[in-house]
Write a protein that binds this ligand. Structure first.
Ligand code: GLC
Length: 563
């Protein structure tokens, strides 16, 4: 990238909608079912666009998010529910067809909603024609499109690399009499990114979607594209208990290689040929914050937003959460940007995770406090569908209805991610209104609590989690300082509450959160006390101008603007 071609020198070209915007992740199979077959589809999403953003910031029945990220919608045998693609340029018939997709783009753009696609390019499905061809004779045209190796001298796997799911990452293929590599399941063979033809095919496909008008991508498993060209063994960590476990090795040779960064750079360069597109990446696979943020690139020429998992993995304690925020701040120079999320399609939902460690069952209180942090720290917030109404894990899905074959095969039913992928709860009609009033059984059963926890009921309830999210998003959108201002904590060692400010030269916003659900909290005078205006609070009316209270009420969450 030339010196002039940076965000600071050329903000117009790069745009920065994603710095101000709120992203909303949709798991398409369970968001909304328009054709009444029990599976969510693109038409379902189209019909719910007004709920996501109807274009009028003051309207009461819309969440006002800025972008949707769709978990994969490409053709797939669905062994890993879309994260195993068999045709990159087709829409899976479960979701609709390319016309539906074009309508989705047009309708979304009309409402100022950007559309981000999941890009699963570390591996394909084993049913992808590329892999089927590659499995043929050794001299077939796609022979080198995947990682093929001969058995070692003991007629065993080529090296000690492990699958993320555990056990060897190599599977033997009788036709080729060779092993192929897979970071995930054996039905998800890894592409050989050293092969220029592979790169070219993937880059062409990326352009295909960009030309259709998609506004960006979330790169799946983006730290494991490249593999050591000599396929050397990874060193073992000291005193490992389970040598089959992915975390038992130092992943020197199958992860985070310099070539991996080169690939991301090349993808970013393609993205940058188009206006205003966004590149997010899932960089976490056994990586910490440091490895993740390195994926921004030395010259900010790789990912705009590397997804790091330290924040959602933190326990629900003020000190721990603040540590994660502060770490991100330290590792985010002025020319870079952070991203925050609480939930996604792989993790237990935060209310289920955090209610357990909060020693209370006030999930509404926790949800509002968590939402406040997510939407008032410095970085782009990403919501996962249903989080805004307080959806929790569905822990009673009968075995025969589970769908997450990839995880269940390796880690058992208890590890299934189905519990966080259940149908969106729209209203209190059968199955939560998932199939628009039709009484069909959804692909996964709706959570038992849908009668109380649903969009329609919560819009009517002033104190609901949904109305709080809506108000928070509105406050954030109307506040330059909440979008761009610096973050600074007012308490170095938070124990029972958080207090931090966002500030610019001219403005200051204060956020205070009492983590105790039963105790009032006397607070020290850590900031000029007089004359603050309530932007949003669980305990004070919006717009009230007041001196800061010296006592925080149980579970109080308040955002003030200095007058
Ligand atoms: C990513 C996805 C996960 C999937 C895996 C394999 O981690 O988030 O859902 O199973 O990649 O593609």
């Amino acid at each position: 990238m030339s010196e002039n071609n940076t965000i600071e020198n050329n903000p117009q070209k790069f745009g920065e909608w994603w710095k101000n915007g709120v992203i909303y992740q949709i798991f398409p199979r369970t968001f909304a079912d328009a054709n009444g077959d029990g599976s969510g589809d693109l038409q379902g999403i189209i019909q719910k666009l007004d709920y996501l953003n109807d274009g009028n910031i003051d309207s009461e029945e819309s969440l006002h998010i800025d972008a949707i990220w769709l978990s994969p919608i490409n053709k797939s045998p669905m062994y890993d529910n879309g994260y195993d693609i068999s045709d990159y340029c087709q829409i899976d018939p479960v979701f609709g067809n390319i016309d539906d997709f074009e309508t989705l783009i047009a309708e979304a753009h009309q409402r100022n909603i950007k559309v981000i696609l999941d890009l699963v390019i570390n591996h394909t499905s084993n049913k992808h024609p590329w892999f089927e061809e590659s499995c043929g004779e050794k001299d077939n045209p796609k022979s080198d499109w995947y990682h093929w190796r001969n058995p070692n001298s003991e007629d065993d796997v080529p090296n000690n690399w492990l699958s993320y799911f555990g056990g060897t990452a190599w599977t033997y293929c009788e036709t080729r009499q060779q092993y192929y590599h897979h970071t995930f399941d054996k039905r998800q063979p890894d592409l050989n990114w050293r092969n220029p033809e592979v790169k070219e095919a993937i880059y062409q496909m990326i352009r295909f979607w960009l030309d259709k008008g998609v506004d960006g991508f979330r790169l799946d498993a983006s730290s494991v594209y490249s593999k050591d060209k000599d396929y050397r063994d990874n060193p073992l960590k000291a005193e490992v208990e389970d040598k089959e476990d992915f975390s038992s090795q130092h992943h020197l040779y199958d992860k985070d290689l310099p070539e991996n960064h080169q690939i991301i750079k090349e993808i970013r360069a393609i993205i940058d040929e188009y206006d205003d597109r966004l590149l997010i990446g899932e960089t976490f696979i056994s990586s910490g914050l440091y490895e993740s943020v390195m994926f921004r690139g030395v010259n900010n020429d790789e990912l705009h937003l590397p997804f790091t998992f330290d924040f959602p993995f933190s326990p629900w304690y003020p000190g721990h959460l603040q540590k994660e925020i502060a770490k991100k701040e330290l590792m985010t120079p002025d020319d870079a940007w952070s991203v925050y999320f609480l939930d996604n399609h792989d993790l237990s939902r935060h209310l289920s995770r955090w209610v357990d460690c909060s020693l209370c069952d006030n999930s509404v209180g926790i949800a509002k406090a968590a939402a406040t942090i997510l939407l008032t720290v410095k970085g782009t917030p990403v919501l996962y569908y249903g989080q805004e109404i307080g959806m929790v894990d569905h822990n009673n899905i009968p075995s025969h209805k589970l769908r997450d074959r990839a995880t269940i095969a390796h880690e058992g039913e208890s590890a299934s991610r189905d519990k966080v992928r259940t149908p969106m709860q729209w209203d209190n009609s059968n199955h939560g209104g998932f199939s628009f009033g039709k009484d069909v059984e959804p692909w996964l059963p709706v959570n038992d609590n849908y009668q109380e926890v649903n969009v329609a009921a919560e819009f009517k309830d002033e104190g609901s989690i949904l109305n709080f999210y809506q108000a928070l998003i509105r406050v954030r959108k109307k506040s330059h300082v909440l979008q761009k201002g610096c973050w600074r904590t007012l308490i170095h060692y938070p124990y029972e509450h958080l207090a931090y400010v966002r500030e610019t030269e001219s403005d200051r916003v204060l956020v205070v959160i009492n983590f105790s659900h039963e105790k009032e909290l006397q607070v020290d005078e850590y900031i000029d006390w007089e004359n603050w205006q309530v932007l949003l609070s669980t305990d004070y009316p919006t717009d009230l101008v007041m001196d800061l209270p010296k006592i925080l009420k149980p579970f109080e969450t308040s955002i003030y603007q200095k007058r």
